[in-house]
Write a protein that binds this ligand. Structure first.
Ligand code: SAM
Ligand code: DTB
Ligand code: SF4
Length: 337
């Protein structure tokens, strides 16, 4: 284990004031990999310590997703059911209208969600797309919910339009490490993603960025993703950790399953390296037992996607999630206590 990791561990229970680059350390891939290799109990103990220094460990932030434009995407992301390169049976639909989106957001709020995330199967939005999205953001914000959008790459003007509309978070995932990225996507490169994230950050919106594990990456590559995220200055406020949802018709449909404990480890390492971020236990929960999800919460996850649908694939229904949170004595951020 490197000296930096050991130094970090000795000081793991010292509070960090906020996500400020001046007070936090940069992470080498080697350091992050060393965390992954800790004995499971030691890793979870460290993650719990860090988690409790920054958050109430019994509270969970609930984001509801809505696909505002589904399918027919021009990108070739190997995991994605919405790529036109993949024959998954997902139909190319036109964009939803503002009323439909607002109705869905109202429903999500009634169910206890505090954030509403609008996703579109685009490489990047057009000018016309932006007009509708801006209306949607304003309307959802008017309901008193936090807003998030994930629309692909943004230019400066589009970023500014979203900021002016009051968008709280922009989601744009790094997806994997720079070294593994080329195995999964060829139609845009890693730097394009970093550029969009930089624009979002500079415009003053909060950054939501994470990745997918279980795509056949090795441990070093998994550590490489976490290091990339943790070394962003500052690191993202929200970090979705997705377990690959294997969809028939995508090139990754038959990749070997990730050991669930390695998923839990990824959550723990994200928590330790990004202490004040919301770490979201994201796609893949429908296939996960309650016990594995409980371990993820213990490892520092404090956010989930909530509602029976992700974008095109399923998610646990609201009743199952309410029951799980009850069993664990956890409560949604939006609930008054
Ligand atoms: N088109 C936009 C983009 O790629 O940024 C926004 C929507 S895209 C579906 C958002 C994210 O969903 C992807 O970056 C990826 O991390 C995640 N995702 C897509 N398909 C997935 C799958 N099968 N399993 C897990 N995560 C997935
Ligand atoms: C994120 O990191 N995961 C969400 C959200 N951001 C947009 C999307 C998961 C998509 C899973 C596959 C699907 O439902 O199409
Ligand atoms: Fe398109 Fe986004 Fe899917 Fe890639 S992940 S194919 S950009 S919808």
């Amino acid at each position: 284990m490197s000296t930096q990791t050991l130094r970090f561990m000795r000081h793991a229970n010292k509070p960090q004031a906020n996500i400020s680059q001046s007070t936090r350390q940069r992470w080498s891939v080697e350091d992050v990999e060393a965390l992954f290799k800790l004995p499971f109990a030691d890793l979870l103990y460290r993650a719990q310590q860090v988690h409790r220094e920054h958050f109430d460990p019994n509270t969970v932030q609930l984001s509801t997703l809505l696909s505002i434009k589904t399918g027919g995407c021009t990108e070739d992301c190997g995991y994605c059911p919405q790529s036109a390169f993949n024959s998954t049976g997902v139909e190319d639909r036109k964009m939803l209208d503002v009323e439909t989106v607002v109705t869905a957001a109202q429903y999500a709020r009634q169910n206890g969600a505090d954030r509403f995330c609008m996703g579109a199967a685009w490489r990047e939005p057009t000018e016309e797309d932006m007009t509708s999205v801006v209306e949607m953001v304003k309307a959802v914000r008017g309901l008193g919910m936090e807003t998030c959008a994930t629309l692909g790459m943004l230019n400066d003007e589009q970023t500014e339009q979203l900021r002016a509309a009051g968008l709280d978070y922009y989601n744009h995932n790094l997806d994997t490490s720079p070294e593994f990225y080329g195995n999964i996507i060829s139609t845009r490169d890693y730097q394009d993603r970093l550029d969009t994230l930089e624009r979002v950050r500079k415009a003053g919106m909060s950054v939501c960025s994470g990745g997918i594990v279980g795509m056949g990456e090795n441990l070093t590559q998994r550590a490489g993703l976490v290091a990339q995220l943790a070394n962003m200055e500052p690191y993202p406020e929200s970090v979705p950790i997705n377990n690959l949802v294997k969809v028939e018709g995508t090139p990754l449909a038959n990749v070997e399953d990730l050991d669930p404990l390695d998923f839990v480890r990824t959550v723990a390492v994200a928590r330790i390296t990004m202490p004040a971020a919301r770490v979201r236990l994201s796609a893949g929960r429908q296939q996960m037992s309650d016990a594995v999800q409980a371990l993820c919460f213990l490892a520092g996850a404090n956010s989930i996607f909530y509602g029976e649908q992700l974008l095109t694939t399923g998610n646990p229904d609201v009743e199952r999630d309410r029951a799980l949170l009850d069993k664990l004595g956890m409560y949604p951020l939006a609930d008054k206590h």
